[in-house]
Write a protein that binds this ligand. Sequence first.
Ligand code: BDR
Ligand code: CA
Length: 311
Amino acid sequence: PRKIIIDTDPGQDDAVAILLALASPDELDVLGITAVAGNVPLSLTQKNSRIVCELANKPHVKVFAGCDVPLKRKLVTAEHVHGKTGLDGPTLPDPTMALQDAHAVEFIINTLRNEPADSVTLCPLGPLTNIATALQTAPDIVSRIREIVLMGGAYFQVGNITPAAEFNIYVDPEAAEIVFKSGIPLTVLPLDVTHKALVTKPRNEAFRALGSHVGHAVAEMTEFFERFDKEKYGSEGAPLHDPCVTAYLIQPDLFTGRHINVEIETQGTFTQGMTVADWWGVSGRDPNSLFIGDINADGFFDLLTERLGRL
Ligand code: BDR
Ligand code: CA
């Protein structure tokens, strides 16, 4: 299995992404989960990460708390989407598993130094603060990372937190800039693809029909998450953003994209946090990422439902 570190700000969709990974041990070896401030403050994202591990019945997974504020800005959160706890929807018990003592950034650095070079993939599902801090603190790890596969950004679909910017990039654009300029192989799952992964009613019912604790909890999470998108975008179901990352790692042939240049806007008055994605190759700048544009949504939900059924 491929070794991964999931860097996350749960978030209902983060939770589903984590469940999918933990349900897929043949493909993915989750070395640890690192929490970052994003959808809700760090005190809640680290707690929610542990709630999700216990929901999956995997309390041995290591969870670390990371950065509680973006590199240079005040934290912007998204309770309007995810609710006050970040995991509103199901009623889940407080976690009993411990939080690890080490800081998330220290864990990321030590893991990359100790594991064979090119064997560890980073999977950021929230603002890129932990990842950028690790790259800045320990530049020697840059060449040891196999790949970064992240959820963030947008091109034709543009923004969800401002007209120009997607939430994860907007919250910490300076961190995103460090990651996109790092030269590390990058695969990006932007809003353009995640808004094609919609939890329609039959897909939601399929989660519930699993008849399990996990199936039920996921159905309730996606129902909660959907309220916002229905009102806001008239969407026929919640876009399952972050699970696109873990699904991509398990079954990449569900997705297609292009190698393009992406720069992060950190200055613009109206465009801070925008991913300036050169889809048509007009800039002459070298490609720095595989930007995913399409998904086989039925295949994705088949995979997800089948895997959740294993938990
Ligand atoms: C991203 O922002 C968060 O609200 C979601 O968890 C996802 O990672 C979508 O823009
Ligand atoms: Ca997230």
